[in-house]
Design a protein around this ligand. Structure first.
Ligand code: RBZ
Ligand code: NIO
Length: 331
């Protein structure tokens, strides 16, 4: 299939390699779908939202209430992710993985609370193994339901004040890079505030020594991250395209790869976030991000913005004339 896809790409009416990374995307998606004519069907972004006990330690400049307030904003249509999904015809679903708030019963936010937030990991592991497994299983169910309806492309988004911290800890643990290298400003911790955040995370990383991927995720993760990890593993199992957003989603993917290394094969890295650590995390995964726009938001926004580029890659593969079709002379 790889040889056939490469042959099809090289026979399009263009100099060899002239569509650059679009060619790599077309090849990868063809391999994922095992076809010379890949298509994106019912693209969907799942945004997993949860709170973090660690937010009590002031590791984010914003208050915890922003988590539920932004989740409401997502479904009301006013957030960045709402706008970009509307613009690009992407179905948006917001899942309450563990927000410390009771959403109104008539809200379109999908209830799947495992707990009212993870625990403060400066004191105790963020989740029990049972909670972590429950979150992962729930993430799998959501993706399976989308696959059953005919969706073949899933973007992963998140909302959770404090969630760059668990992401940094997971990156540190699974890459072996120093915690300072893995820890950045998040929603806006600069200067002394960032130094403080790095100190807190260093203290936490030295407090525990989890062994298995599950134990590591339960200790240092968060409910939305665990649900996202399960969702990514199921998306790979279903042969779907995984649209990976920024730092947090990439940390979740790195975690998913500890459970099933082949998850990486189906992942498209939509952008390189400004968040410190994301560049090195992408390098660790040998990933070539599609966009570099200086974004540092999360929510799945990088995935939503990159989808049209991926669609262009499939459009050239499916619709461009070959040298033979167009009667154009080859070198
Ligand atoms: C208004 C607002 C909207 C957001 N949308 C995504 N995030 C992003 O910021 C948070 C992570 O940064 P930290 O670890 O520093 O808290 C996550 O919720 C992430 O999705 C937001 C943050 C804020 C404040
Ligand atoms: O890259 C991200 O996902 C990110 C960066 C900063 C804050 N929130 C998310």
């Amino acid at each position: 299939m790889r040889t056939q896809l490469q042959h099809k790409i090289d026979n399009k009416t263009k100099p060899t390699g002239a569509l650059g990374q679009l060619e790599a995307i077309a090849l990868q998606v063809g391999l994922i779908q095992q076809t010379l004519s890949p298509v994106i069907k019912q693209p969907t972004i799942l945004v997993f939202a949860a709170d973090h006990g660690l937010a009590d330690e002031k590791i984010s400049p914003y208050p915890k209430d922003v988590t539920w307030q932004m989740a409401m904003n997502f479904v009301a249509g006013g957030a960045a992710i709402s706008v970009f999904c509307r613009q690009n015809d992407i179905q948006l679903k917001v899942i309450d993985a563990g927000v410390d708030y009771d959403f109104p019963a008539d809200s379109p936010i999908i209830p799947a609370k495992i707990a009212r937030g993870s625990r403060n990991m400066r004191q105790e592991p963020a989740m029990s193994l049972e909670e972590c497994e429950k979150a992962m299983a729930s993430g799998r169910e959501f993706v399976k339901a989308e696959a059953d309806k005919g969706c073949n492309t899933i973007g992963f988004g998140e909302m959770g004040i404090g969630n760059t911290s668990p992401s940094s800890l997971l990156m540190h643990r699974f890459t072996g890079l120093p915690i300072e290298t893995c820890t950045g400003a998040g929603a806006g911790m600069h200067g002394e505030q960032l130094t403080y955040k790095q100190q807190v995370l260093k203290e936490i990383s030295e407090k525990y020594d989890p062994q298995s991927p599950l134990e590591t995720l339960a200790t240092f993760g968060g409910l939305e991250i665990a649900m996202m990890v399960g969702a990514m593993l199921e998306a790979k199992a279903q042969g779907m395209i995984l649209l990976i957003d920024g730092f947090i989603a990439t940390a979740a993917l790195l975690t998913a790869c500890q459970f099933d290394a082949s998850t990486l094969d189906n992942a498209l890295f939509c952008h390189q976030s400004e968040e410190k650590g994301h560049r090195l995390l992408l390098e660790h995964l040998k990933a070539n991000p599609i966009l570099q726009l200086g974004m540092r938001l999360g929510e799945g926004t990088g995935a939503a913005v990159a989808l049209p580029v991926i669609q262009s890659a499939l459009a050239f593969l499916n619709e461009m004339a070959s040298f033979e079709d167009a009667g154009v002379s080859k070198e």
